[in-house]
Design a binder for this molecule. Structure first.
Ligand code: RRO
Length: 310
C-alpha cells in the first residue's frame, strides 16, 4: 500500500489517475503509451459496433480556458478494443472499455461479445455522447436511460459503470440518482462528460473554431471544473452503494485533490492530457502526493468525500 493506492470494484490501482475516454485511446499505440505512463489505469475510446471516421475536421480546439470538441465518436469498432483487451496484461494495470453504441440493440450486441470473452476488463457505458448529429444524449432522456440500464444489467449481468453528462438542477440530480440506485449492478458513476453543445467564438476570424454542427461542441478543462465537482459530490451523496469517478477540469494535483474531497475514488484527465501528453501523470502523481503529505494524510481513503460544508 502506498500513499496513492486507490480501489474500485475491489480492484487495486497504484494511482487514482487515468485518461478520460476519448483522449490518448483510439489506437493501440496511444493505449500502449497510457500503459507505459504513470497513470494507474487506462480506458479505451468509446466504441460502436462498426468503425467510424467521426465528424469532419477541425473537430477539437484548445482555448485559454480548456477545449471544445465535436469528434463524433471516431473509433476503430468494438472488436479492435476487444482485441486489445484480450492481449492486455491485467497485472500491469486495470483496463476499462468504454462502450457507446448508437442504439440499445448495438450496446447489447457489444456487451454480449465482451461478456463472452470473459475478461477482467471494466465496462464504462457511455450514456452521454453529445456530438452525434441527430442523436440526443441518453442520460438526458430518463426513460431511455432506465431502459438502457435495465437491458445492460440483464445482458452484462456483472458490475459496470456509467459515464454521465453534467446535470444543472437538483431535481435532475435526484431523478438520475434514483434511476441509478434502482440498478445495483451499476457500481460506479463517472461524472462528468463534456458540457455539451457550447459555442466558442474567435473574434479575429469572427468565426466558430470547429467545423461540425456549426461550431457547437462539448467543452472541457477550466470551464467545467465547478460543474464536475458538483456532479461528483451530488452523486456521491445520493448513491452510497456506488463509487464515483471524477472527470473534469483536472490539470494539477490541486484539482485531483478537489475531486477526491468531493467523493471521487478515481480521477480521469481529458483536456490537460490532450494538451500535455502522457507525461502529465508523473506530474499529477507528484503534485497530489505533495498536497497529501503537507496535510498529513496517509491514504486517499482519508480524503474521499471529506468535503466540509459551512
Ligand atoms: O467522440 C466524441 O465526440 C465525444 C464523445 Br463519444 C463523448 O462522450 N464526449 C465528448 O466530448 N466527445
Amino acid at each position: 500500500m502506498s500513499l496513492l493506492s486507490a480501489s474500485l470494484l475491489g480492484i487495486d490501482f497504484a494511482s487514482p489517475l487515468m485518461n478520460a475516454s476519448g483522449v490518448c485511446c483510439r489506437y493501440n499505440e496511444e493505449l500502449d503509451a497510457m500503459l507505459a505512463s504513470d497513470a494507474g489505469s487506462l480506458i479505451t475510446k468509446s466504441c460502436t459496433l462498426l468503425p467510424r471516421e467521426g465528424n469532419p475536421e477541425p473537430r477539437y480546439t484548445a482555448t485559454a480556458l480548456g477545449s471544445i470538441n465535436s469528434m463524433g465518436l471516431p473509433n476503430e469498432g468494438y472488436e479492435y478494443y476487444l482485441d486489445y483487451a484480450v492481449k492486455h496484461d491485467y497485472a500491469k494495470k486495470p483496463l476499462f472499455m468504454s462502450v457507446a453504441g448508437l442504439s440499445l440493440e448495438d450496446n447489447m450486441a457489444m456487451l454480449t461479445a465482451i461478456r463472452e470473452a470473459k475478461l477482467p476488463a471494466i465496462v464504462e457505458l457511455n450514456l452521454s455522447c453529445p456530438n452525434v448529429p441527430g442523436k440526443p444524449q441518453i442520460a438526458y432522456d430518463f426513460e431511455a436511460m432506465e431502459s438502457m440500464l435495465e437491458a445492460a444489467s440483464r445482458v452484462w449481468a456483472q458490475p459496470f459503470g456509467v459515464k454521465m453528462p453534467p446535470y444543472f438542477d437538483i431535481a435532475h440530480f435526484d431523478e438520475a440518482a434514483a434511476i441509478l440506485n434502482r440498478h445495483p449492478l451499476v457500481k460506479f458513476i463517472t461524472c462528468i462528460n463534456s458540457i455539451g453543445n457550447a459555442l466558442v467564438i474567435d473574434i479575429e476570424r469572427e468565426s466558430v473554431v470547429i467545423k461540425p454542427k456549426d461550431g457547437f461542441g462539448g467543452i472541457g478543462g477550466d470551464y467545467v471544473l465547478p460543474t464536475a465537482l458538483a456532479n461528483v459530490n451530488a452523486f456521491f451523496r445520493r448513491c452510497p452503494d456506488k463509487q464515483v469517478i471524477g472527470c473534469g477540469g483536472v490539470k494539477s494535483g490541486a484539482e485531483v485533490f478537489m475531486h477526491l474531497l468531493a467523493g471521487a475514488s478515481l480521477v480521469q484527465v481529458g483536456t490537460a492530457l490532450q494538451e500535455e501528453g502522457c507525461g502529465i501523470f508523473a506530474r499529477l502523481n507528484a503534485e497530489l502526493a505533495e498536497i497529501l503529505q503537507r496535510k498529513g494524510y496517509r491514504s486517499l481513503e482519508e480524503v474521499r468525500g471529506k468535503l466540509r460544508t459551512l
